[in-house]
Write a protein that binds this ligand. Structure first.
Ligand code: KIV
Length: 263
C-alpha cells in the first residue's frame, strides 16, 4: 500500500515533515522511492527539465501521461501525484474532470495537482466529488508566467491577502494538501498554522509542513539556472560529464574495452 492522502493529514497532526520530489521516469522514481520520499510529483517542470521547452506552457496531457506511467512502474511506496498541464483544467470543470480522470485511469497515479486558488476552487471541488484527490498550488504559479511576466516572489504587499484567500479556498474546496511556491517564509508560516491540510513549500521557507524540490535541481543535473531556493545535495551533472570525458579519452587511447570487458 502506497502513502495515502490520509497519511499526509496524519503527518501534519503529528508534526512530521513531509518530503516530495519530482520524477519523470522509471529510474528516477525507483531512486527517490527507495530512499523513502513520501510522494513523487510528476511535475510539468518535465517540460523544461526533460523535454527542453523554455517554460511549462507547451506540456501536453499525453506527455504527462507517458511519463507518469513510467514513474508509477518505478514506485513501491510513495504517493504519485500527476501535475495537470496548462489548458487541461482551465477550460472548464467538465474538461478538468475528464482529463484528471483519464490521468488516474491510464497511469495508476494517486492524485493530481492543479495551479490556482480562489479561481480554481469550484474545479477542485468537482474533482474531489468525482473521487480524484487534489493537491493545490498557490503563490507563484508557473503556468501563468505570461500573465505575471516572470517568476518573481508572490504574496508581498497587497498580494498577501490574495494568497491567504487562495489557501482558504483550496482547503475549503477539499484539497488534501497545497503547494506554496515562492512566497515569504512568514506568510507561509501563517498559512501553515491556519490550515488543517499540509502545506508543501518550494521557496516558501522552513515553516511549511513539508518541502518539494525538482530532483534534477537538487542533485545538480539541471544546470541551466539555479533558483535561490534550490539546495544542491550533489553535483551529478559534473560527475556525469567527467565520466563521459573519461570514456572518450579511454576509447581514443585504446584503453577501453579492456580484457575484463571482452569475451
Ligand atoms: O512542476 C513542478 O515540478 C512543480 C513543483 C516545482 C511544485 O510544480
Amino acid at each position: 500500500m502506497s502513502v495515502t492522502t490520509a497519511d499526509f493529514l496524519e503527518k501534519k497532526k503529528r508534526g512530521e515533515k513531509i518530503t516530495v520530489l519530482t520524477a519523470y521516469d522509471y529510474l528516477t522514481a525507483k531512486i527517490v522511492d527507495s530512499a523513502g520520499v513520501d510522494a513523487i510529483l510528476v511535475g510539468d517542470s518535465l517540460g523544461m527539465v526533460a523535454l527542453g521547452y523554455k517554460n511549462t506552457i507547451p506540456v501536453t496531457l499525453e506527455e504527462m501521461i507517458h511519463h507518469t506511467k513510467a514513474v508509477v512502474r518505478g514506485r513501491k511506496n510513495a504517493m504519485v501525484i500527476f501535475d495537470m498541464p496548462f489548458l487541461s483544467y482551465q477550460t472548464g470543470i467538465r474538461d478538468a474532470v475528464l482529463n484528471a480522470g483519464k490521468a488516474l485511469k491510464e497511469t495508476g497515479c494517486d492524485a493530481v495537482k492543479i495551479e490556482g486558488g480562489v479561481e480554481q476552487a469550484e474545479t477542485i471541488k468537482a474533482l474531489v466529488d468525482a473521487g480524484i484527490p487534489v493537491m493545490g498550488h498557490i503563490g507563484l504559479q508557473p503556468q501563468s508566467v505570461n500573465v505575471y511576466g516572470g517568476y518573481k516572489l508572490r504574496g508581498k504587499g497587497k498580494e498577501r491577502e490574495k494568497v491567504i484567500a487562495d489557501a482558504k479556498a483550496v482547503e475549503e474546496a477539499g484539497a488534501f494538501a497545497v503547494v506554496l511556491e515562492k512566497i515569504p517564509a512568514e506568510l507561509a508560516r501563517e498559512i501553515t498554522e491556519m490550515l488543517k491540510i499540509p502545506t508543501i513549500g518550494i521557496g516558501a521557507g522552513k515553516y511549511c509542513d513539508g518541502q518539494v524540490l525538482v530532483f534534477h535541481d537538487m542533485v545538480g543535473l539541471f544546470e541551466d539556472f539555479k533558483p535561490r531556493f534550490v539546495k544542491r545535495y550533489a553535483e551529478l551533472g559534473k560527475l556525469a560529464r567527467e565520466a563521459v570525458e573519461a570514456f572518450i579519452r579511454e576509447v581514443r587511447e585504446g584503453k577501453f574495452p579492456g580484457e575484463e570487458h571482452s569475451y
